[in-house]
Design a protein around this ligand. Structure first.
Ligand code: ADP
Ligand code: TRP
Length: 320
């Protein structure tokens, strides 16, 4: 089984990215041949600061390694190191109906948020299709927000196969439970675009500031607190043991404890959960040459896998 996923280096990974995607990806490295990449070409649709793109690409790689991605098991690479990807995206774009892309929610959402409608933003799903199809991927672990992009990928693959014979494997999305969306500090879905993130490896003061700053209602200390929609509980669920979580939920319902106390418990649970990874992170960040070596080696391996797929396609369409 070949597993593939990517993450954009549009910022530093946060708890939503970790519990929504990175953790599953890391677990899957035991189950098959895993390919995970830093989607720097995709990030170019929104990031305009070259230094930030360079820095975040490296930091995302370091976070992935710190969280347990094992380069001996999973291939970690930069999307832009696989030079056939834009070529593949071009060939795919020639069979992609405009209407298919016009219907994509993520494109419409980004426009609604005021993003400039560039050709790159519009054809974002075609580039994703290239990422997926280039390696004969079987499963793609992604958040629910990418379900439609996987459908577009399959539609494009079917179209190519109809026109030119069996070129592509049809990949399956592996979508986590919808309820798994991690809330941000304001209670909405944690996302870089909402400014409500808690990054994985903040230094102590910054972490404390973010957790203590989680928005809460004005229920008095002595009263029972609503558990539905609580960002504190929503995050705590992932970082605490089931027993500790049950205790906090019971304390919410009982009243008598203030939000400040709950936030302190959450703070120490987040700190403890990521402590071993933080140590590993320090090793990798003090050895940038090793990180570069891992990414380079990963890129070479991914290119080797993509090469025969590309040759198959080039021959089939008449470019060779
Ligand atoms: P962001 O919304 O912060 O820009 P991305 O779009 O870069 O995050 O998402 C990278 C991966 O992390 C995707 O697979 C996405 O589904 C997942 N993800 C992002 N935010 C969350 C969240 N709050 N809960 C669960 N999964 C998430
Ligand atoms: N668009 C994805 C994100 O926002 C990253 C990505 C690019 C991706 N290409 C992919 C994910 C292919 C899965 C498969 O996080």
């Amino acid at each position: 089984m070949r597993i593939l996923s990517g993450i954009q280096p549009t910022g530093l990974p946060h708890l939503g990215n970790y519990f929504g995607m990175m953790r599953a990806a890391i677990e899957l490295q035991e189950k098959g041949e895993a390919f995970y990449f830093i989607a720097d070409l995709h990030a170019l649709t929104t990031v305009r600061d070259p230094e930030a793109l360079r820095r975040n690409s490296r930091e995302v790689a370091i976070d992935f390694l710190a969280c347990g991605l094992d380069p001996a098991k999973a291939c970690l690479f930069r999307q832009s190191d696989i030079t056939c990807i834009p070529e593949l995206a071009w060939i795919l774009s020639t069979v992609t109906p405009m209407g298919l892309l016009e219907r994509c929610h993520s494109y419409k959402d980004k426009l609604a948020k005021g993003l400039h409608a560039s050709l790159g933003l519009f054809s974002y799903p075609v580039l994703m299709a290239a990422d997926i199809l280039a390696y004969d991927s079987d499963v793609v672990p992604v958040g629910k927000d990418h379900k439609q992009h996987l459908e577009v990928t399959r539609d494009i693959a079917v179209k190519i196969n109809e026109l030119y014979g069996e070129i592509f494997k049809l990949p399956e999305a592996m979508i986590r439970d919808e309820s798994a969306a991690i809330p941000g500090t304001d209670g909405a879905k944690m996302s870089k675009s909402y400014g409500n993130t808690v990054e994985l490896f903040l230094e102590e003061r910054a972490l404390k500031k973010k957790i203590m700053g989680i928005q809460t209602d004005s229920t008095p200390v002595e009263s029972p607190k609503p558990i539905e929609g609580s960002a504190i509980l929503g995050i705590y669920k992932h970082v605490a043991s089931p027993a500790d979580y049950a205790t906090m939920e019971a304390d919410f319902l009982a009243g008598g404890k203030g939000y400040g106390d709950f936030k302190k418990s959450l703070l120490s649970a987040v700190r403890d959960y990521f402590a071993p990874m933080r140590e590993r992170r320090e090793q990798f960040s003090s050895d940038p040459a090793e990180v570069d070596r891992i990414l380079k080696q990963g890129g070479e391996r991914a290119s080797e896998i993509a090469a025969p797929v590309m040759e198959r396609l080039r021959k089939a369409v008449g470019l060779r």
